[in-house]
Design a protein around this ligand. Structure first.
Ligand SMILES: N[C@@H](CCC(=O)N[C@@H](CS)C(=O)NCC(=O)O)C(=O)O
Length: 214
């Protein structure tokens, strides 16, 4: 498999965690987001949306959108599972993942931030206010969902990491990167710490990627 990603990309980070949890190898194809390589015609021929990640399977099929890639990985490499065998828990895991991937992360995306400071002319303080508003909103929702769980557990929805943890960790990492505190969210903090202790998560961290830049 060829995996097109970038060390700091949250949605690439999600896929890297899943590859590691499932013990899958891939050829890494770096796409330098900061210099706009995602808009190069060669990359847009692969993903017309011009966003990371993209995965080219061994059969040459191109997959985009991290949640779709994660679901495909789960269906083609079911062990170890990242989704519960219980339909209700599975729906909760997917709902939690979507709070992050559909409602929170898109508002911190490079192209959105560039539009705020470019076309809309916002200064850095206003941009930081935007980030704090929307990232806190998402993380507070995650804390609420974790508090609602019928059974409290080490990871989001059980004693092994799954889809929800895969989405939560890159989102908390982004909060740290943007200087947004989450210390008052005890369940989010505890799950993040539990995940950080696992090699699959550590190996997927931005600082451990071949294209890492300080
Ligand atoms: N919903 C998409 C999000 C994709 C996305 O926004 N990717 C970011 C990196 S995390 C990107 O490529 N940004 C480039 C840009 O904004 O120009 C997914 O989950 O894959």
């Amino acid at each position: 498999m060829d995996f097109y990603g970038y060390f700091r990309s949250s949605s690439s980070y999600r896929c890297r965690i899943a590859f590691n949890l499932k013990g899958l190898d891939y050829r890494f194809k770096p796409v330098h987001l900061k210099s706009g390589a995602q808009r190069d015609p060669a990359f847009k021929a692969l993903n017309p949306q011009g966003l990371l990640p993209a995965l080219v399977t061994d059969d040459g099929a191109v997959l985009i959108q991290s949640l779709a890639i994660l679901e495909w990985l789960e269906e083609t490499h079911p062990t170890p599972a990242i989704l519960s065998s219980d339909p209700l828990t599975r729906a909760r895991e997917r709902g939690f993942a979507q709070v992050i991937a559909c409602e929170t992360h898109p508002l911190q995306n490079l192209r959105v931030l560039s539009y705020l400071t470019g076309e809309l002319g916002l200064d850095d303080a206003a941009k930081d206010g935007w980030l704090t508003r929307w990232l806190r909103d998402g993380l507070e929702a995650c804390e609420g969902l974790l508090a609602q769980r019928p059974t409290q557990s080490r990871f989001c929805f059980g004693e092994t990491p799954g889809l929800a943890d895969i989405c939560l960790v890159p989102q908390v990492f982004s909060a740290e990167r943007f200087g947004i505190s989450y210390a008052d969210l005890p369940r989010v903090s505890a799950v993040y710490a539990a995940c950080q202790a696992l090699p699959a998560f550590d190996k997927a961290a931005p600082k451990n990627q071949p294209d890492f830049e300080a």
